[in-house]
Write a protein of this length. Structure first.
Length: 755
């Protein structure tokens, strides 16, 4: 930041008044500016103004006398040296020496005074044959004008950087929170169920820990877990979705910061030489401020919207969290771009009306800026929840295409600044290239012969599920619970650019074609990632270690493992996939690219008690974690309960058959709620599975959470929800109530994926 001008009151030599001497380069620049539109007759008028400015002794004398009368000596020598070097470099002329004003030391009153109406550039320039000094009102206007203009330039930059300071603090909080969570997990490594006759010392320690957890439990109850307003969080409200309260507070803070920084620090005053009217000054400053901060937000938009976001790993926050940040930063930047464009349009219109405005449209920077704003608005319009949910592919294509146009038009909009503001354009491009490069590397890591990746697809109408099986023997990256992959279907060239996220159901080994046809007659036991852009993550994955589990349901396996995805068809890609798979009696072979794995594994193994609340295909979430929770030496799980609401009886039966070995573990309790009539179905199969309670109707989520919390007591318990929005919101509300009732060890996790 430049040195602020300070006021020093001194006697002004021989011409007697009291003059406020100013410091800083803008005092010197103010003196120079007052002489810019004055011609002196001691140089050849045929020469360019640049050469005459450097040659004229009258002008140099006028400049030096102005410096003596209005400016302090601080920094003057350096400023003059810079001006002299500029003259020598550009015009091969040197400024006259400073001591040419020595003869004026005792005769200042005799020097001509230059008034504003003579020296300003809005009229015909005057020609003088003598030195002159701008009068004090004229100099004061010039100094304040430059001081305000360059102050705004500096403050615009500072406030633009505030966007990065804000998110740096947010990310730092996320990293610290994750570290604390990891430490808490390590502290419970030696957890054992507390016997009924626990000692007084153990009771005291547990009481101490309970007291110490009070601040954190208050945060969970009022800030971290609840919905922002009332009850709805996972469910949409009309064409809107509202993030959890902690995310909403973060976003609201960011929005408020932008509003404040776009509303303050405008040093307007009457008599500004550049923009005499107050309204014109405000239009200019506000337009510049909003345009620069909007530009500064671009790299954040690109960073938060990428799949390969390092911040996801650092903070442990899911893709949905950063996607919320991505959307709101984009909305703020779009509003700022609109204000910026309206402001400059208004200034042009006030200056010359429609005729001047049409002339500006021939300037490349101007029409590119207008187009950038228009397409930013179009991105927001095509990204509303209703369109993302019902026409995901339209949203995806428009989003990518319009984003590229915005980046290009923004680049040409700021090119007039000689690359100064490209500091925000190039990082956005680099982030995009980096993300795309990692996507390609993930595809290659799955199968180096990526062009030869094929999957088999079958559709079971009884459960309304598409089953995709992809050989993964060539993959270098092993999936973990919670992994998901993006699938590119290449059979149809028209839709080859589209890629859809699907959660891995489980890993199995391929068998011969005859055995696969037999598998086709049953519905698989895990879940899918819906192509609907805001649907919950209703599936997860077992680790590769679960192949031992799967071996109990089939024999004569080949050593080639496969990824299995279960997809419920909706509109667009998944609907076409179901139709194509159902149109043939044999397995449908599809050539694909597989990009992944993505996703973070929730540390459920650190909790003594785990409750899963799942709906439909969301049963894959507990199934994907069960093997690790029940067999790992690091697991401290003593109670694992699954409450499952399912519609299709065929799907329910198949799950019990395929995973019944793990379900027989004495620590596992399964409650199945069949929402359709189960009479006349294969009830005998159900009765063969131990520790499974099957009832008709929807589950009571509040009662399930309360019962599990009472069983866990003061211990730590994880509640994991994966299902319809209403079930997730019921679970969130029930956990908040449980924490408020004193069960401070309850934590809430929601397996969801929202575009």
């Amino acid at each position: 930041m430049r040195t602020k001008a300070s006021l020093l009151f001194v006697l002004a030599g021989s011409w007697g008044g009291v003059v406020a001497l100013r410091s800083g380069k803008y005092c010197f620049e103010g003196c120079s500016y007052t002489l810019n539109c004055v011609d002196f007759n001691d140089t050849n008028p045929a020469l360019s103004r640049k050469i005459r400015t450097c040659q004229s002794v009258f002008r140099a004398t006028s400049l030096y006398l102005c410096l003596e009368n209005y400016c302090t000596n601080e920094g003057r020598t350096e400023w003059l040296r810079g001006n002299n070097e500029t003259c020598q470099k550009k015009t091969k002329q040197a400024l006259p020496p400073y001591d040419i004003i020595a003869d004026y030391a005792g005769d200042m009153d005799a020097v001509r005074r230059l008034k504003a109406e003579e020296g300003m550039c809005d009229g015909a320039p005057i020609t003088l044959g003598e030195a002159t000094i701008p009068d004090e009102p004229y100099f004061e206007r010039a100094f304040r004008t430059l001081d305000a203009a360059f102050f705004e330039e500096d403050i615009h930059w500072l406030y633009a950087m505030a966007m990065y300071y804000f998110w740096a603090i947010v990310i730092a909080v996320g990293i610290c929170t994750r570290l604390i969570s990891l430490i808490r997990g390590l502290q419970h490594q030696e957890w054992l169920p507390v016997p009924d006759n626990e000692s007084n010392h153990e009771t005291a320690n547990r009481t101490k820990n309970s007291i110490r957890s009070l601040p954190y439990s208050l945060l969970k109850r009022h800030i971290i877990i609840p919905a922002t307003f009332g009850y709805r969080c996972s469910q949409n409200i009309h064409w809107c979705t509202i993030p959890p309260r902690i995310q909403s507070l973060t976003i609201a803070s960011f929005v408020l910061l932008n509003i404040v920084l776009c509303s303050i620090s405008y040093p307007v005053f009457s008599g500004n030489i550049f923009w005499p009217e107050i309204s014109a000054q405000l239009w200019r400053y506000v337009s510049d401020r909003t345009g620069i901060i909007s530009l500064a937000n671009l790299p954040l938009i690109w960073l938060f919207g990428t799949r390969n976001n390092t911040l996801i790993w650092l903070t442990g926050w899911g893709f949905g969290t950063y996607n919320n940040f991505h959307r709101w930063v984009a909305r703020v930047a779009t509003v700022q771009a609109v204000v910026h464009s309206i402001g400059y349009t208004e200034m042009v219109w006030e200056s010359g009306g429609w005729r001047l405005y049409t002339k500006y449209w021939y300037k490349r920077y101007f029409w590119n800026g207008e187009l950038a704003t228009i397409f930013m608005c179009a991105i927001c319009a095509f990204s509303v929840y209703g369109l993302r949910r019902s026409h995901y592919e339209v949203f995806l294509v428009a989003h990518i295409l319009f984003s590229i146009i915005v980046l290009i038009t923004m680049y040409y909009h700021v090119e007039i600044f000689n690359g100064e503001w490209n500091i925000f354009i190039w990082p956005s491009l680099l982030i995009w290239v980096f993300d795309r490069t990692l996507r390609v590397l993930r595809i290659l890591a799955f199968n180096p012969r990526f062009w030869n990746t094929k999957c088999s697809a079958t559709y079971d109408p009884s459960s309304n599920l598409v089953r995709l099986e992809v050989p993964c023997s060539q993959s270098f990256l092993r999936p973990k619970p919670g992994s998901y992959y993006y699938i590119y279907a290449l059979n149809n060239v028209l839709f080859a650019h589209q890629n859809h996220p699907f959660t891995l159901a489980y890993v199995t080994s391929s068998k011969n074609e005859e055995d696969m046809e037999d598998i086709h007659t049953r519905t698989s036991s895990s879940s899918h990632r819906s192509s609907r852009p805001s649907s919950h993550r209703t599936s997860s994955t077992t680790s590769t270690e679960s192949e031992a589990l799967l071996s109990s349901s089939s024999s004569s396996r080949s050593p080639s493992p496969s990824l299995v995805f279960l997809i419920r068809p909706y509109d667009g890609f998944t609907s076409r996939l179901a139709q194509n798979s159902a149109s043939t009696s044999t397995l449908k072979s599809i050539r694909v690219f597989i990009e992944g794995p993505y996703g973070e594994t929730v540390p459920l193994h650190t909790f003594p008690s785990v409750l899963f609340l799942v709906g439909g295909t969301g049963i894959a979430v507990p199934l994907s974690y069960m093997h690790k929770l029940l067999t790992s030496d690091q697991s401290r799980v003593a109670r694992l309960r699954i409450v499952w609401a399912v519609r299709e009886h065929a799907f329910f039966v198949d799950v019990l058959q395929r995973f019944r070995d793990l379900l027989k573990d004495e620590r596992v309790e399964v409650d199945v709620h069949v929402t359709r009539d189960v009479e006349g179905k294969d009830d005998a199969i159900v009765e063969e599975i131990e520790d499974v309670e099957v009832v008709a109707g929807r589950p009571n989520v509040d009662a399930a959470v309360d019962e599990a919390a009472q069983e866990a007591g003061r211990g730590r318990m994880a509640v994991v929800a994966c299902g319809p929005g209403q079930m997730a919101d019921d679970a969130r509300r029930a956990v908040v109530k449980a924490v408020g009732d004193g069960y401070r060890g309850v934590e809430y996790f929601e397996e969801s994926f929202k575009w």
